[in-house]
Design a protein around this ligand. Structure first.
Ligand SMILES: Cc1cc2nc3c(=O)[nH]c(=O)nc-3n(C[C@H](O)[C@H](O)[C@H](O)COP(=O)(O)OP(=O)(O)OC[C@H]3O[C@@H](n4cnc5c(N)ncnc54)[C@H](O)[C@@H]3O)c2cc1C
Length: 414
């Protein structure tokens, strides 16, 4: 019997998951590898961090997703090495050979070599870091409620979010709402004037990739939610008590949430091929690795420029479109047909700033406010995997909306 070509997919995030699904009917045997046993919907991680959703509501077990896909075998574990010459990956100490390899291992937080920030600040990259952030935020309120020294109390209640891109903006807006709408009720003796949410951005505008009008709307919406915005401001150091800014000024704060950068994942660091900015692996327009045509790289791990010579953004939409393209190119490869070049189709922009507040550019039209927010809510519920998760998140958000509450404010072990 003829053996089918073996496709290994490393990473079951937005890119890897889509490639695997698209190859369901292809004449290949697939091994899908991920260090976690679930697919994570990263765009809602910040909701876990601000105690709005439970981790299980934004993650879904991979074995359940692929239960019925006969040509796929899932293996949980971390790929630690890839050998393109001998065509194998190393997983949990063993070697697995491939005919075609798809690298979709995503990115990691970029601290730009600032060790103090890496050590003391909070990030949102996985479930563990989001839970750690949630516990920390809630603990700050508990500690502040017992602190009599006003200076110390204010430092406990100062929350600095670094990075004015969509994730930083969403985090700052949601945090301000958690404090003003929910924590204010839980801690009636705390003076809300002691609380500060500060958003720091290195450039002179928020939401770098958005049109000017939406940047301005984002700025105004955040200000309405009582977020202090410091533009043209960089962070140099954070020791867990004090943030040192690029101009030498200080902010007394126990919390920094770092949303200022992403780079390709640890595995990309170990692979000795040509890299673009953020250590992303440079790929051909067909998404193949130069010199290794049987290897494809997609998503946050891949570096490819658009028609204006700009690197493609690190977005789920890019990873998913590239995944569909790679699945198509693998089919072409199997039939000895020429491979096609990838072109990213920008589906628009959408980010929320909190309750009734979002900014959007859809079909070239920019708008903000309630309509954008309703579209954001509907789209995020729709994009979650699993009917149960969709239903639970929808009910959860409806409850929060009508009762000005947030479901999960438990301090647990990190
Ligand atoms: C907090 C946050 C908010 C975001 N919000 C948005 C948004 O609103 N809209 C949007 O379009 N994008 C958003 N993004 C970006 C989006 O999540 C990424 O661009 C997208 O996940 C990239 O897809 P990927 O498949 O390349 O990687 P990922 O989805 O990150 O998947 C990589 C997978 O590889 C696995 N993995 C990594 N290394 C290994 C290894 N060595 N061995 C085995 N498995 C490994 C990981 O466990 C993970 O499951 C957000 C990102 C974050 C962190």
């Amino acid at each position: 019997m003829k053996t089918l070509p073996h496709v290994i997919i490393v990473g079951a995030g937005f890119g890897g998951l889509e490639v695997a699904k698209r190859l369901a009917k292809a004449p290949v045997q697939i091994t899908l590898i991920d260090k976690n046993n679930y697919h994570l919907f990263q765009p809602l991680l910040y909701q876990v961090a601000i105690a709005g959703l439970l981790p299980s509501q934004i993650a879904y077990p991979l074995r359940t997703i692929f239960r019925r896909q006969e040509n796929l075998n899932f293996q949980m574990g971390e790929v630690t090495q890839v050998n393109f010459g001998a065509k194998y990956v190393k997983l949990n100490g063993s070697v697995i050979a491939y005919d075609i390899l798809v690298l979709a291992m995503g990115g990691q937080t970029n601290f730009f070599g600032m060790d103090s920030l890496e050590q003391h600040s909070h990030q949102m990259k996985d479930i563990e870091s989001a839970i750690k952030t949630r516990n920390h935020l809630l603990k700050m309120f508990e500690r502040a409620s017992q602190e009599v020294d006003i200076k110390k109390r204010r430092a406990l209640l100062t929350f600095v979010v670094v990075g004015g891109g969509p994730t930083g903006v969403e985090t700052a807006g949601a945090l301000a709402e958690l404090i003003n709408l929910v924590m204010a009720k839980d801690y009636p003796r705390l003076n809300l004037d002691d609380v500060r949410v500060i958003l720091l951005e290195a450039t002179d505008h928020l939401m770098g990739s958005y049109p000017d009008g939406l940047r301005k709307s984002t700025f105004d919406l955040l200000r309405q939610k009582k977020v202090e915005i410091l533009l043209n401001t960089t962070v140099k150091n954070f020791n867990g008590r004090k943030v040192t800014l690029g101009d030498g000024n200080h902010i007394e704060a126990h919390t920094v949430i770092w949303n200022a950068g992403v780079r390709a994942s640890e595995l990309a660091d170990t692979i000795d091929v040509e890299k673009g900015n953020r250590n992303r692996i440079i790929v051909e327009p067909t998404l193949q690795l130069p010199r290794y045509p049987d290897v494809f790289v997609i998503g946050d791990a891949a570096y490819l420029e658009d028609a204006d010579s700009q690197p493609l953004p690190l977005l789920a939409t890019v990873a998913q479109q590239q995944a569909r393209h790679v699945a198509m190119n693998i089919r072409h490869m199997l039939h000895n047909n020429p491979l096609k070049e990838f072109k990213y189709k920008d589906p628009g922009l959408l980010a929320t700033v909190g309750r009734n507040a979002a900014v959007a550019r859809i079909w070239g039209i920019s708008f903000s406010g309630l309509l954008a927010w309703l579209i954001w809510v509907a789209l995020h519920i729709y994009r979650l995997i699993g009917f149960r998760n969709r239903l639970v998140v929808m009910l959860n958000w409806a409850w929060d909306y009508f009762f000005y509450d947030s479901q999960v404010r438990l301090i647990t072990k990190d």
